[in-house]
Write a protein that binds this ligand. Structure first.
Ligand code: S3P
Length: 433
């Protein structure tokens, strides 16, 4: 894919449904009693992986564009799959479905692509084993063989890393445990699972602790089918937010974007760094807050260096947006430093390495740390970009290409389809040259 510099971006954009919420909508609908109707389901490779796994577990799913009808089988209705369940590139599919499969009376095998097979799974094998599940892995990596033995033991589990996937895995497994299962999260992570479980009628209790929260579910809680419209994905919006903020004269409007407070770290940081972003028409949809996001490119003023150091709990709140924030950092006078983001090393690629390597290729001045990086304001030059097969790297550096002189080539651009199959067409439709 070839990218040329742009003068501005302008227009109204419809974005795909939120990937995190779509995974959960499909999984909870599958184990609910009755038929659920999901609208604006994320048309993405990752969420297709989830649908395929659920179908292979005997769930009848009708897909019509972005509308999905899931005929739930209830807590006891999943069937033993005849083949390994392929989670593709999707960590959310593998980690959340493991929670569901751990409590089944049958065995199943989970496989993934090359990237997913390198990602750490001990983080879910640990708590699920404590609950009595028996899971075989290749030194903590997929393929995972989950030897289902039926009912699990309830546990109270404190998250060792800030991860909504681990939290969700344990809470889902808790539905098949004999008693109350709790997850303590010292640092808040996205709470889509808790919200959606409530939407399906499950009593989820959340207690504030001195440090963090304790989230609990009771084993055997039945889910009742429901209809919902998935909010548009804030993580997909992020690419257009940064493009518009950095290109003077831009104006981008994105309706129905999910603005769950556990996902809006990007907006906090961008506002602090001088971007003109506004949220209007705020309302609730499918138990989630949504709004129209508007970003106007007015030129970015100077801010104090200290403002441009991002560290602490806000990082978990914008973990998927760090690649595009790095690109933003090249456009602001203060540069940008992100620390406390070691989790990025175990995403779809080692994102710290992917970011640093590609920024350097584009002539940016970058320092790499174990847990983050610092990038200075830089005059970007078109270059050959390696997406490392990572959708968010491909899309972030496409936006960098709009800011660069000369031509940028994105190798592995097709990986964008993991979360946003129409990304390049959408960008093309708003680009002003
Ligand atoms: C996700 C949680 C985050 C995020 C991922 C989606 C989820 O991962 O990076 O893209 O849907 O729960 P971790 O739980 O590993 O932080």
């Amino acid at each position: 894919m070839k990218i040329l510099s742009a003068r501005s971006v302008s227009g109204t954009i419809g974005l795909p449904g939120d990937k995190s919420i779509s995974h959960r909508a499909a999984m909870l609908s599958a184990i609910a009693d009755g038929t659920s109707n999901i609208h604006n389901f994320a048309a993405s490779e990752d969420c297709s992986s989830t649908l395929d796994c659920l179908s292979a577990l005997g769930v009848n799913i009708e897909l019509n564009g972005t509308a999905v009808l899931v005929h739930g089988v209830g807590l006891g209705g999943l069937k033993e799959p005849t083949n390994p369940l392929d989670c593709g590139n999707s960590g959310t599919t593998m980690r959340l479905i493991s929670g569901i499969l751990a409590g089944q009376p049958f065995s199943s095998t989970l496989i993934g692509d090359e990237s997913l097979s390198k990602r750490p799974m001990k983080r879910i094998i640990g708590p699920l084993s404590e609950m009595g599940a028996s899971i075989e892995s290749v030194d903590g990596h997929a393929p995972l063989i989950i030897n289902g033995r039926g009912a699990l033991r309830p546990i109270e589990y404190t998250l060792p890393v800030a991860s909504a996937q681990i939290k969700s895995c344990v809470l889902l497994a808790g539905l098949w445990a004999d008693g109350e299962t709790s997850v303590i999260e010292p640092v808040p992570t996205r709470d889509h699972t808790e919200r959606m479980l409530r939407g399906f009628g499950v009593d989820v209790t959340v207690r504030d602790l001195d440090k963090g929260k304790r989230v609990s579910v009771s084993g055997g809680s039945r889910l009742t089918a429901c209809d919902m419209t998935v909010p548009s994905d804030i993580s997909s919006a992020a690419f257009f937010v940064v493009a518009a903020a950095c290109l003077k004269g831009s104006r981008i409007v994105m309706p129905n974007v999910g603005i769950n407070p556990t996902r809006t770290g990007l907006f906090e940081v961008l506002r602090r760094l001088g971007a003109d972003t506004a949220l209007s028409d705020k309302r609730e949809q499918a138990g989630e807050l949504v709004a129209t996001v508007e970003v106007v490119g007015r030129g970015l003023g100077a801010v104090a260096q200290a403002e441009a150091i991002i560290d602490g709990p806000v990082v978990a709140n914008m973990i998927d947006e760090v690649p595009i924030l790095a690109v933003f950092g090249t456009q602001i006078e203060s540069g940008l430093e992100i620390r406390g983001a070691g989790e990025l090393r175990v995403k779809e690629s080692d994102r710290i390495h992917s970011i640093v390597e590609n920024l350097r290729r584009m002539n940016a001045n970058v320092t790499e740390y174990d847990d983050g990086f610092r990038v200075e304001r830089s005059h970007l030059k078109g270059a050959e970009i390696d997406s490392f097969g990572d959708h968010r790297i491909a899309m972030a550096f496409t936006i960098a290409g709009l800011f660069a002189t000369g031509e940028t080539t994105i190798l592995g651009a097709e990986s964008a389809a993991v979360s946003f199959p129409d990304f390049f067409e959408t960008l093309q439709s708003v680009t002003v040259r």
